[in-house]
Design a protein around this ligand. Structure first.
Ligand code: COA
Length: 190
């Protein structure tokens, strides 16, 4: 396995596929039918802001996007959403994406999503990606890593806890805290 920063231009489609498969619950439906969603996600990726793992044949088998002070892998801006989905459709999707956003912890380095090929899970690839993300955050002078995970994703939460993440509650008013579907987690870097 080979772990590097960034993805190549020709890997956009593969990464979009990994993301859509892994985050169907969150992303499914937002960008329309699968072929359209894949094409839109692939086009929107900013290829520098990722950690990727490839197998011996050079195929991406795991990837994580991050949002750092200099940019983010999943760069869905209003202009591109409007160009693809129209004025109203673009605005609607912008609101849905903003709702999912989690840059509420002052870490400056947020993990947008980690996914590993289904066939290769539980072999340590996810853990390697997390350590590479921590290294990247340190190199960028960020004090912590944060991420948002669905409360039902108990396997991922267990993995994050074993890699030093703890649940973090933002100091903001939540009218219905028990209805929130996700937990915000933070790993402080020393
Ligand atoms: C979450 C996800 C990225 C984890 O990736 P992974 O490569 O399976 O992660 P790891 O292999 O490092 O760790 C998973 C488990 O395998 C164990 N493991 C690690 N290396 C291992 C090895 N060599 N042999 C056997 N088990 C191993 C880990 O200890 C961990 O165990 P735990 O569940 O008891 O904590 C992956 O399951 C995934 O893509 N899920 C779908 C997308 C998703 O939910 N992402 C998170 C959203 S926030």
């Amino acid at each position: 396995m080979n772990i590097t920063r960034g993805i190549f231009e020709h890997e956009r489609g593969r990464v979009a596929e990994l993301f859509l498969d892994a985050f169907d619950q969150q992303l499914g439906g937002i960008f329309g039918p699968r072929p359209r969603a894949l094409a839109f996600i692939a086009r929107s990726l900013r290829t520098d802001f990722a950690i990727s793992v490839r197998d011996e044949s050079g195929t991406i088998v795991g990837v994580a996007g991050y949002h750092s002070p200099s940019g983010a892998l999943l760069a869905f801006d209003y202009r591109s959403l409007m160009a693809e989905f129209g004025l109203f459709g673009g605005a609607l999707r912008m609101v849905r994406l903003a709702w999912m956003d989690h840059k509420t912890h002052p870490t400056n380095f947020a993990i947008e999503g980690i996914c590993v090929d289904k066939a290769l899970r539980n072999r340590g690839i996810g853990s390697c990606i997390i350590e590479a993300l921590a290294q990247e955050a340190r190199a960028q002078g960020c004090p912590a890593l944060s991420l948002k995970v669905l409360k039902t994703n108990v396997g991922a939460i267990r993995l994050y806890e074993s890699r030093g993440f703890v649940a973090w509650t933002p100091h903001r008013l939540s009218l219905f805290p028990d209805l929130e579907r996700s937990t915000l987690m933070v790993r402080y870097l020393t």
